[in-house]
Design a protein around this ligand. Structure first.
Ligand SMILES: C[S@@+](CC[C@H](N)C(=O)[O-])C[C@H]1O[C@@H](n2cnc3c(N)ncnc32)[C@H](O)[C@@H]1O
Length: 198
């Protein structure tokens, strides 16, 4: 996920991001070099044990302050309407309860905030989608809970966002069942900011 092809996609997805930003599923910080100078503060969450020296190296010399915290996206600790942008790259495939996580993301976004996503998911080609469904249980076991067949745009819409822009494409150089990409920008639907459990 560090190859030039992935880096180009990261750069494209992150280009509009600005202000106070939340990144969910930060991993080892591969997005860090691609944040534009319009970002004033980055809060990144990551539940895994990935906060190692690579992250420290990638965080060094950045213009913006970066805080990396150990939380899951399904339960964010912040008050409503804190962030200008939220970012997820290749994370919604792995999150245990993506709808709950997205509702939390929506809750902590300002009403005029944006959610930027770059994810792989279910193919529009029924033959590929069928293979994704067959392979999914194995993928989950061998790729740390990753799902091949989530309809990312539907999840985003169902959690209280309007998808404003969506680019669908097949990324070269990847095994076909994991190559269907969803790159998009969504905004919170008016009046939908509170989590139903709160
Ligand atoms: C395939 S990796 C992608 C990492 C990074 N976003 C990137 O673009 O390189 C998926 C990440 O999602 C994280 N993750 C899994 N469950 C999560 C959850 N419930 N909340 C937030 N992040 C989660 C994993 O720990 C992992 O770092």
């Amino acid at each position: 996920m560090r190859t030039p092809r992935f880096q180009e996609q990261r750069q494209r997805a992150l280009a509009p991001v600005a202000g106070k930003v939340l990144e969910i599923g930060f991993g080892t910080g591969l997005n860090l070099p691609h944040y534009p100078s319009t970002v004033t503060w980055l809060t990144a969450i990551e539940p895994g044990h990935l906060l190692d020296k690579r992250v420290a190296d990638r965080s060094a010399n950045l213009a913006m302050p970066v805080e990396i915290l150990r939380y899951r996206a399904e339960a964010l600790p912040w008050e409503d309407q804190r962030f200008d942008y939220a970012v997820s790259t290749w994370t919604l495939c792995t999150i245990g309860d993506p709808l709950r996580a997205l509702r939390e993301v929506r809750r902590v976004l300002k009403p005029d905030g944006k959610f930027v996503f770059l994810e792989h998911g279910r193919s529009d080609d029924p033959k590929i989608a069928k293979w994704q469904t067959i392979l999914n249980p194995f993928q989950r076991i061998f790729a740390c809970g990753c799902n091949l067949n989530r309809r990312i745009d539907r999840l985003v819409e169902e959690s209280g966002f309007t998808v404003e822009r969506l680019d669908r494409f097949v990324m070269d150089g990847l095994p076909r069942p994991g190559a269907d990409m969803y790159r998009g920008v969504a905004s919170p639907k008016p009046g939908s900011s509170r989590h139903p459990d709160r």
